[in-house]
Design a protein around this ligand. Structure first.
Ligand code: DC
Length: 226
């Protein structure tokens, strides 16, 4: 069974998808894997940074993406065998990821990879919770259960500020708000695989709701399909 979770940056998709896969594995007779598709686009950006590509020449990044080996296991992402899960969260990688995500050739490679990962899991009798921007629309349009997890830009800005504070860092509300709305604009307007609410998705707005509560809602809906 494939469960998709799409939504804008900062809506809590990663944490929700990871926890949902974990709880479904505990509470059913199937093992559910979690797929963070954003980390796959981030991995290509990391590779571009390491190989010092010319970001103005799309073909250079495409060539790297064609040869790269991206694998996932236990919710972690590996690039040519190296665990890059944490590394790809850096601001430098985040800034360059658009060159991978906006590139139709690279998207085609990533979509094929996501489908092949899902196929292998299903063949082994496992389930998949996959999160991103296009999972329920373009990649797995036939998934039996789709969620659209969102929150207002104000709420997402406050959460980001909170995360920074926890790490002893300061953030500026207006600056973070600008970054978030800019990313929304980019994510919804890209010509291939744009962020779009799937027509048949369950919509969850997480403003003022704890992650535990969100996961509970996802879990209750998912259990109807088990
Ligand atoms: O979810 P994230 O912040 O790790 O995603 C990083 C970038 O990759 C984000 O700007 C949107 C893009 N992305 C995408 O285009 N399609 C996906 N399925 C997942 C992420």
């Amino acid at each position: 069974m494939i469960i998709t979770i799409d939504g804008p940056a900062g809506a809590g998709k990663s944490a929700a998808a990871r926890l949902l896969a974990q709880k479904l594995s505990e509470q059913s007779d199937k093992t559910f894997e979690y797929l963070d598709t954003g980390s796959m686009y981030r991995a290509i950006a990391l590779l571009g940074l390491r190989r010092k590509v010319d970001w103005n020449i799309a073909k250079q990044l495409e060539n790297l993406a064609e040869k790269a080996s991206i694998t996932v296991a236990d919710g972690k992402t590996f690039l040519d065998g190296e665990n890059i899960t944490e590394l790809v969260r850096s601001p430098e990688v985040t800034e360059k990821t658009r060159f991978a995500a906006d590139n139709p050739v690279i998207r085609q490679i990533m979509v094929a990879l996501q489908r092949s990962i899902a196929e292998q899991l299903l063949q082994h009798g496992k389930g998949l919770v996959t999160e991103g921007r296009d999972q329920g629309t373009a990649v797995f349009p036939d998934a039996p259960l789709k969620f659209f997890l969102t929150a207002t830009a104000e709420e997402r800005t406050k959460r980001r500020l909170g995360e920074l504070q926890q790490r002893g860092k300061q953030g500026n509300f207006n600056e973070i708000f600008r970054q978030i709305t800019e990313r929304d604009q980019r994510d919804t307007s890209r010509s291939v695989g744009p962020l779009k609410e799937p027509t048949n998705a369950i919509r969850i707005v997480s403003d003022g709701i704890t992650i535990e509560n969100v996961v509970n809602q996802l879990l209750q809906e998912s259990k109807k399909f088990l």
